[in-house]
Design a protein around this ligand. Structure first.
Ligand SMILES: [Zn+2]
Length: 246
């Protein structure tokens, strides 16, 4: 079974985008309590009903958030988090228990901060607190969109959306995912993913090279993807702009 690797070689700036967008003083307030951790593929950062001791700001790593569904062994992916976001949303609301499984799907760095230190930093910095709360709104909108997507959109549309989202989140130029793991993420059979991927390949939108899946034509993939990809992008732009009103 081939590995699927998504390549965006033009993205080379490490660091977390959420933190990078803060004013210098506010960014310094949180990063002084962060440590950089190298995450490996398959590492579990949070488990359902497990206590979250840290929040994570990916800076190269990509993390899949998924939930189980009764009667099935595989979890369904509800979000893919990269440098545009963070893992540890319950901590923003005073909670400390995860509702999802958070698994590293692409290795790389992340900034990690303890729960108490995060709360203290948010209490000290209004811009930081607002930025993280706005990201929470984005994440809620994207998860709601995913529910619509899973129920109503064709597999080739969903796969194209997933490839675009994954491509946006990868820094190091690769993301490991087999057809089998893609099928589990999307909640479908492997044969369906293989058929959909073959269609995208025949349309020259993607290609496999030495076990890597390359995005050849992003505009073409956007044309195939359902409207959910554009909706996600739109909510991020609207809510994360400097003086957004929500
Ligand atoms: Zn969709």
């Amino acid at each position: 079974m081939e590995n699927a690797l998504v390549s965006r070689p033009e993205k080379s700036t490490p660091g977390n985008g959420l933190l990078a967008s803060l004013p210098d003083l506010d960014r310094a307030r949180i990063t002084k309590d962060c440590e950089t951790i190298a995450l490996v593929a398959g590492q579990v950062l949070a488990e359902p009903r497990g206590r979250m001791t840290h929040a994570w700001f990916p800076a190269g790593a990509v993390i899949s958030l998924s939930v189980g569904h009764a009667g099935h062994g595989d979890n369904l992916e509800v979000a893919l988090v990269g440098r545009e976001g963070m893992v540890g949303l319950p901590l923003l609301l005073g909670g400390s228990v995860s509702e999802v499984l958070a698994t590293v799907t692409s290795p790389g760095n992340a900034l990690r901060i303890g729960a108490a230190a995060l709360r203290a930093a948010m209490a000290d910095s209004a811009p930081l607190a607002q930025r993280l709360q706005r990201y929470l709104l984005v994440a809620l909108a994207q998860m709601a969109q995913s529910a619509v997507c899973t129920r109503h959109h064709r597999l080739d549309q969903r796969l194209a959306r997933w490839l675009l989202v994954a491509g946006d989140r990868v820094l190091a130029g690769e993301l490991h995912a087999t057809h089998e793991s893609l099928a589990a993420r999307l909640g479908v059979r492997r044969a369906g993913v293989t058929r959909a991927a073959n269609g995208l390949q025949q349309a020259r939108l993607i290609a496999y090279r030495r076990g890597m899946l390359m995005l050849l034509d992003r505009k073409g993939l956007e044309a195939v993807a359902c409207a959910c990809y554009a909706a996600d992008e739109s909510s991020y732009r609207r809510l994360m702009r400097p003086r957004a009103t929500a």
